[in-house]
Design a protein around this ligand. Structure first.
Ligand code: SUD
Ligand code: ADP
Length: 287
């Protein structure tokens, strides 16, 4: 239960995303991969609160388990913004972590984006959305998409973003409890890297796939098992480089029904797919 102190805080949403599909078109000379993906924003995620100080210090109210403060993307984002905008202010940041880490649902990238967007307003540093997205790219490939906050098609190495309104569906997101390293997936010899490009206007879910899914399912039987289980109920797929898996429903009750049946070995949550992220809605309140 939240304590009185946390109730008083002004919490900023840090939503998750799903890669509804993820195609790998090729590999560039620098080792990075050319992708095509539909980034679906969810109405579910972490929350951050920012207590502004005058001492120029950037600190976490408490350490995120398994992540040193200097490696935390939240701290990195705040430091980057302070440097870029030459801000003399400091901040103590509280994090209410709900999203599994390293699961392909973008929690770390989203935390970084929420930090950039919120502190730009609270520190009054006045950077444009384009400038924040550019700063974010230095922290991770998915940070710009969370700064923009729109469900979108992404091309290039992920930086080429085209907002694309989708029918708002319900997703059951389940975590098989295994950790998959993005870098290792992209290094794998037998990762398919030659999917032909598609035209965004021709996008149909059934004609797309996640090119990382087979490889990850082969290496992690738990991912294959979870996918098999979900496929009994609804169209299902892995997100990003894994390991989380999602199932698509047209209504909330059906998604919650399957969540209630999910075997205890797996954790999950139900979220609505939204075209505008909760962060964007919060930002609008400050205008
Ligand atoms: C492919 C996606 C789809 O959402 O996977 P998930 O991380 O969400 O699972 C992301 O764009 C990942 O973004 P992110 O996890 O921030 O990746 P980065 O830190 O930028 O890169 C991690 C490593 O992945 C590889 N990488 C990443 C992106 C890309 N287009 N091609 C790559 O080859 C590079 O080897 C890089 O060293
Ligand atoms: N604030 C943060 N939240 C989550 N992960 C973080 C954070 N800061 C750094 N990390 C590191 O980034 C890695 C990737 O996290 P995350 O973005 O949640 O996964 P993914 O990119 O697979 O969706 C984590 O394993 C963790 O070590």
């Amino acid at each position: 239960m939240p304590n009185a102190n946390s109730l008083k805080k002004d919490w900023w949403p840090s939503p998750a995303k799903l890669n509804v599909f993820l195609h790998i078109l090729g590999r560039l000379d620098n080792g990075y991969h050319q992708l095509q993906s539909l980034f679906q924003m969810l109405d579910y995620g972490d929350e951050l609160a920012f207590d502004i100080t005058n001492d120029g210090k950037i600190t976490m109210a408490s350490q995120l388990e398994g992540v040193r403060d200097e490696d935390n993307l939240i701290v990195k984002a705040a430091k980057l913004l302070a440097k870029e905008a030459n801000s003399p202010l400091g901040v103590t940041i509280s994090l209410n972590k709900r999203l599994p880490m390293g699961g392909g649902i973008g929690g770390g990238s989203s935390n970084a984006a929420t930090t950039l967007v919120a502190l730009n307003l609270l520190w009054k540093t006045g950077l444009s959305e384009d400038q924040l997205a550019d700063l974010g790219l230095a922290l991770g490939a998915d940070v710009p998409i969370f700064v923009r906050g729109k469900t979108a098609f992404a091309g290039g190495v992920g930086e080429n973003i085209t907002p694309a309104e989708q029918q708002e569906k319900w997703y059951l997101v389940a975590n098989p409890g295994v950790h998959v390293s993005t870098a290792e997936v992209f290094q794998a010899k037998d990762l398919p890297r030659n999917t032909p490009p598609i035209q965004w206007k021709d996008y149909i879910f059934e004609e797309t796939r996640n090119d990382c899914q087979q490889l990850v399912a082969n290496c992690h039987p738990e991912v294959a098992k979870l996918l098999q289980w979900l496929l009994h109920y609804a169209p299902s797929r892995m997100t990003g480089t894994g390991a989380c898996v999602f199932a698509i429903f047209s209504d909330k009750a059906s998604a919650e029904h399957v969540l209630a049946l999910l075997p205890n070995a797996w954790q999950g949550f139900v979220a609505k797919g939204v075209n505008s992220s909760p962060l964007l809605n919060k930002k609008e309140q400050y205008k």
